[in-house]
Design a protein around this ligand. Structure first.
Ligand SMILES: *Cc1c(COP(=O)(O)O)cnc(C)c1O
Length: 410
């Protein structure tokens, strides 16, 4: 009933295009859509309306969703603050800690390959007198725990390091960083958006005091996410970024997106019950794609964590590769039937090569750019085979006859 429209097709093509861009967004799981459906016209109340049953009903749906989110990350539901997504959650974490009256120092530690939703607020804080340390990464994209340790000073108000990177899928040693910062009594924010569908993310295991989540990266709807804010040992004090009405314990005013929150809760419940098996299945598909591409295109360069360490240090659904001699932007345009990405969808405002890839100190031919592949819950091995074939033939065709336009794309 939900997907009764004919599948999306491309003019001149008879088969549906393959979606391999799950780091940018994921399709809503039909079970999520089903959970959301009644909230649009039946259970449409404002969760903040205290005087009538419509409001009470909406509030109870929101609180049920809050418990579903809390169960996934193993925290108290009162520690979950709903937001419009992870961009807002990252902003609230970084700016909220920095601006809190109780914050002692004016130093922040983060990493060069963080998401812009962390880097841009950090940059703004620098212009307001904060000092920010941007930690470098190793050749495979991982941050070193020793570098975090060396960077922290008595002035450090916050360390913000993501769990897994959205371009190269690199998994940072977050539990180790969390343990270190606990010892040093420094607040730790972790953007766990990309890790959540694939890796266990219990806040105590990670040692996180603040954790960002986004529903649409885990088969939920767009426009909703959450920030976990630790309430005890230590109690994290935040200055709100959005004021007006005092919703969400005063930390995030504004009428709650009840349909989104309900869908997000259901998405968390599904991830909690299916994550382990799903991650194994995705690793098999990803490795199959990698093998097929390497067989046909042996000169292909793998950006980030090497294949022998992928099981530990790379998300199971991620691949990021460079095809020497073929500009990634040209390849993306030429690939009619496979949706992959170059760089990240989040920095579309800047037509620039990937800042994440530039941080990896590798002697690879940077001018060609990287192709980011993100597999997901609904992909099949038949799609992997079809995509491998199309990518292979397109790379070979472009190499034989490159487009006559300049290498810089618009
Ligand atoms: C997508 C993404 C965000 C932003 O999330 P939105 O909910 O789209 O605002 C933040 N961090 C990472 C790592 C992401 O992949």
């Amino acid at each position: 009933m939900v997907f009764s429209r004919p599948p999306l097709t491309i003019p001149g093509m008879t088969v549906a295009p393959i979606y391999f861009d799950c780091h940018a967004t994921t399709p809503c799981d039909p079970r999520v859509v089903e959970a959301m459906a009644p909230t649009f016209s039946e259970d449409f109340g404002n969760a903040a309306s205290r005087q009538h049953v419509f409001g009470w009903r909406a509030e109870s749906l929101v609180e049920a969703a809050r418990r579903q989110v809390a169960r996934l990350i193993e925290c108290d539901p009162r520690e979950v603050i709903f937001t419009s997504g992870a961009t807002e959650a990252d902003n609230l974490a970084v700016r909220g800690v920095a601006m809190a009256p109780t914050t002692k120092g004016r130093h922040i530690v983060t990493c060069v390959t963080e998401h812009k939703a962390v880097l841009d607020p950090c940059q703004q804080l620098e212009s307001r007198g904060f000092r920010v340390t941007y930690l470098p990464v190793r050749g495979d994209g991982r941050v070193r725990v020793e570098d975090v340790e060396r960077a922290v000073t008595p002035e450090t108000a916050l360390v913000s390091i993501m769990y897994a990177n959205n371009e190269i899928g690199t998994v940072h040693p977050v539990p180790e960083i969390g343990r270190l910062l606990k010892k040093k009594r420094v607040l730790f924010h972790c953007d766990a958006v990309q890790a959540l569908p694939h890796l266990p993310c219990q806040v105590d295991e990670l040692g996180a005091d603040l954790l960002s989540l986004s529903a649409h990266k885990m088969y939920g709807p767009k426009g909703v996410g959450a920030l976990y804010v630790r309430r005890r040992q230590p109690r994290v004090r935040l200055e709100p970024v959005i004021l007006g009405g005092g919703h969400e314990r005063g930390l995030r005013s504004g009428t709650l997106n009840v349909p989104g929150v309900v869908g997000f809760g259901r998405a968390c419940e599904i991830v909690a019950s299916e994550r382990e098996g799903a991650a194994k299945r995705l690793a098999v598909l990803r490795n199959r794609l990698l093998e097929k591409l390497r067989d046909e295109l042996p000169e292909m360069i793998i950006n980030g964590v090497a294949p022998e360490h992928m099981n530990e240090h790379r998300l199971p659904n991620n691949l990021n590769v460079t095809f020497p001699g073929v500009n990634a932007e040209h390849l993306l345009k030429a690939l009619g039937g496979v949706a992959v990405a170059s760089g990240s969808a989040c920095s579309t405002a800047v037509a620039d090569s990937s800042y994440v890839l530039r941080c990896l100190d590798k002697p690879e031919p940077k001018e060609f750019g990287g192709v980011r592949i993100g597999l997901g819950r609904f992909n099949t091995s038949e799609e992997v085979d079809r995509a491998a074939e199309e990518i292979t033939t397109t790379v070979k065709r472009l190499r034989a006859a490159p487009p006559s336009t300049s290498t810089r794309c618009d």
